[in-house]
Write a protein that binds this ligand. Structure first.
Ligand code: ADP
Ligand code: MG
Length: 558
């Protein structure tokens, strides 16, 4: 028999150990400290922040601000856990205007590093310093109004955690990213960053559009600014503003996506979804949009107390926010795509296309990017004009092409729909407002036979009365088409599946479909990838075509 196991008694954790455990949640690496210190400085109304890092922040992090400072008699309290000046009651959490509120950051930082805080409160005559090896002792020092926090030797007392730190370069990269996020959050604040005594960023405070765009250019690259749209949508209770990339500028990674809610950077599924949807079909597969966006709204509408790092949020009206974002972006992107040049003929509009790598984007494209681009969009080349709202005339290095975009659109819709049907992966789109459909008695009979098939095709239909159907959801492939008319045309005597799809195709071809310039670009791109399967929608123009066409033109004599 084994010896009885010794069971330890239950005891309260010593405060230092409790802090170290709590620190595990918020302090992962130097960058997490930098984030907390910058948030504190901004919460203290600082207008200038000076940051100095050494060895990627592992050796030291120093943040100096000109905010309202900490009173000498509150310094010891500031570094204890659950001590905050930002909230006092539960209701405050629902109306949060500050970045911090948990009262844990300083306590956590101080439990895992050798720290020092100097501060002078506004209107106070003296400044004080508190530091880790004599934490009870407050010493008078020289310091302007504001606060300087210095953090050295991170994890000196928790070696296990130190092991998780990476190379200096990597840790610096994380810090630099925190710096970018913060400085894109507050254009009215000056930010300066030094690493190993070298000045890395120098960002004076800016107050106008030009200044803000300059800062975005410094942090996100000039190419992004040049290829982005500046948007601003003030609403009664919300405002969305910032920079969004034009479809012609996309990235291999989603690394240039900054979204702020009331000045706090967030990563949120609802937001991501809305933005992805807005760009959907404007970007080649696998490419990502870039943006710096600020959403301002009543703090009561969002709950930030979801996660210790406060990057996640919960919206009270998620749907409304989602739709607002999507509408704003769609509107801006469409507006950008609308033709600007003169009309040559009522049916022929000249539309310069941005897909051609312009000088500005070319310099930021790697050879790989260019290959990838040629592989997808390059086949048909540039859109030269749109004829009769239906055909695209393009020119590429291979020659000129005439493309029936409407046919391509219908062909693609059929192809995808049929494939999804065969693999049982029909996707539906619910209608915001259900539609009613009238049936005569013959259609009613057909409906009874066809009901199951229509459901399998992705239509959600219910019979609301003997002569009426209610349509609640449609297959996603019908976007842009009138589904009601289509269903009516399908309510004919029994047909089999492939006849059904033929009928769908014929019907869709007969429908007029409003296409924007963006749609044209999108179908050109999709068609370029599927050109073999959709070969009936396009043809290369030969010299003979052009000659024949020229011969048919009436000759004018002036
Ligand atoms: P929180 O930010 O969640 O309140 P912290 O532990 O980060 O908690 O900070 C504790 C308190 O210390 C803050 O509420 C604030 O009153 C004070 N404080 C921290 N940093 C600064 C600063 N740079 N300037 C002024 N006050 C500060
Ligand atoms: Mg804080």
């Amino acid at each position: 028999m084994s010896a009885p196991r010794l069971i330890d008694p239950i005891r309260l954790l010593p405060p230092q150990l409790a802090d170290q455990i709590a620190a595990g949640e918020v302090i992962e690496r130097p960058a997490s400290i930098l984030k907390e210190l910058l948030e504190n400085a901004l919460d203290a109304d600082a207008t200038r922040l000076d940051i100095e890092l050494s060895r990627g922040g592992m050796e030291s992090i120093l943040v100096s601000d000109n905010g309202y400072g900490i009173a000498g008699n509150e310094m010891a309290l500031a570094i204890s856990r659950h001590a905050t000046s930002k909230i006092g009651r539960l209701e405050d959490l629902l109306q949060l205007r500050s970045l911090g509120f948990r009262g844990e950051a300083l306590a956590s930082i101080c439990s895992v590093s050798q720290w020092e805080i100097s501060s002078r409160r506004s209107y106070a005559t003296e400044a004080f310093r508190l530091c880790y090896d004599q934490s009870e002792q407050l010493l008078p020092v020289n310091h302007a109004v504001g606060t300087t926090v210095s953090v050295r030797n991170l994890f000196f007392n928790t070696p296990a955690r130190r092991k998780f730190l990476r190379t200096e370069r990597t840790e610096f990269r994380y810090c630099d990213e925190v710096f970018r996020r913060m400085s894109l959050a507050r254009f009215d604040v000056a930010f300066y960053l030094k690493h190993n005594a070298r000045q890395i960023h120098r960002l004076p405070a800016v107050i106008d559009d030009i200044g803000r765009s300059r800062r975005v250019g410094q942090l996100c690259g000039e190419a992004f600014v040049r290829n982005s749209l500046v948007i601003d949508f003030p609403r009664r209770d919300m405002r969305l503003w910032g920079w969004i990339s034009k479809p012609a500028y996309s990235r291999q990674q989603s690394d240039l996506q900054y979204f702020y809610i009331n000045g706090r950077i967030v990563r949120d599924r609802v937001i991501n979804h809305a933005l992805r949807l807005a760009y959907q079909s404007l970007l080649a597969p696998g490419r990502h949009a870039a943006y710096v966006l600020h959403l301002e709204l009543d703090p009561a509408e969002v709950d930030v107390n979801v996660h210790p790092t406060k990057h996640e949020v919960r919206f009270r009206e998620a749907r409304q926010i989602h739709d607002f974002l999507m509408q704003c972006l769609r509107e801006s992107l469409q507006r950008d795509a609308s033709p600007q040049s003169v009309t040559m003929h009522p049916d022929i509009r000249e539309m310069p296309l941005e897909y051609a790598a312009t000088g500005s984007t070319a310099e930021t494209l790697s050879a790989q990017d260019v290959d990838a681009r040629n592989a997808t969009e390059g086949f048909f080349g540039n859109l030269q004009s749109i004829v009769c709202q239906r055909f695209a005339l393009t020119q590429s290095v291979n020659g000129m092409y005439l493309i029936d975009i409407h046919r391509a659109q219908v062909g693609l819709a059929r192809q995808r729909w049929q494939e999804a049907f065969e693999s049982n992966q029909i996707k539906q789109r619910p209608l915001l407002i259900p539609q009613t459909l009238d049936m005569n008695s013959a259609q009613r009979q057909s409906y009874e036979q066809q009901q199951a098939m229509l459901a399998r095709l992705g239509f959600e239909l219910t019979q609301s009365s003997p002569s009426q159907l209610m349509l609640r959801a449609v297959p996603v492939w019908l976007q842009g088409f009138d589904s009601r008319q289509l269903i009516q045309s399908l309510l004919v005597s029994a047909i089999d599946l492939s006849e059904m799809f033929d009928a769908i195709e014929t019907h869709l071809m007969s429908q007029h479909c409003e296409l924007t310039q963006i749609d044209f670009k999108r179908f050109l791109m999709l068609l370029a990838q599927q050109r073999d399967r959709l070969s009936t929608s396009w043809r290369k123009l030969t010299q003979a075509d052009l000659l024949a066409w020229l011969r048919e033109q009436p000759v004018h004599h002036d």
